[in-house]
Write a protein that binds this ligand. Structure first.
Ligand SMILES: [Zn+2]
Length: 136
């Protein structure tokens, strides 16, 4: 919290990723954990993610999930994004096209991830998936 000057609307990714316990990013509380990163009204960011080559993008991606939650509400977010994400991660692992899943691509886009590129057809699929979820 000291690193961001106690400003909950801090938008400096590097400062948030330097925190070891609690911080804020664009109004969303960020708790550092020792397990896989995730988001549900707060960002739970694996401490290990600070040492990756694209640490800022890990935060942007999780913030993208927060935007999905704001747009969809907890039920659609939980069933449409939380559950398939958990299934994919549990049964296929993080390396097996995990970041190319439609719910992961819209998190990248909403969060402004800069280091990952998605092909146009995957982006269309991702928007389609998100719109359908929104209409349910
Ligand atoms: Zn994700």
């Amino acid at each position: 919290m000291k690193l961001i000057g106690w400003n909950p609307f801090n938008s400096n990714e590097a400062l948030t990723m330097d925190s070891t316990k609690v911080s804020f990013y664009k109004g969303v509380p960020v708790f550092r954990t020792n397990s896989r990163s995730g988001s549900f009204y707060a960002i739970f960011m694996d401490r290990e993610d600070s040492f990756g080559p694209y640490a800022e993008d890990d935060l942007r991606h999780e913030y993208g999930h927060s935007i999905q939650l704001m747009k969809l509400g907890p039920v659609k977010y939980g069933f449409g994004i939380g559950v398939p994400s958990w299934l994919e991660f549990t049964f296929h692992g993080p390396n097996d096209m995990y970041t190319e899943q439609p719910w992961e691509i819209t998190a990248d886009i909403f969060g402004g991830v800069e280091s990952r590129y998605h092909i146009t057809s995957d982006i269309s699929k991702a928007y389609w998936y998100f719109s359908i979820l929104g209409m349910l």
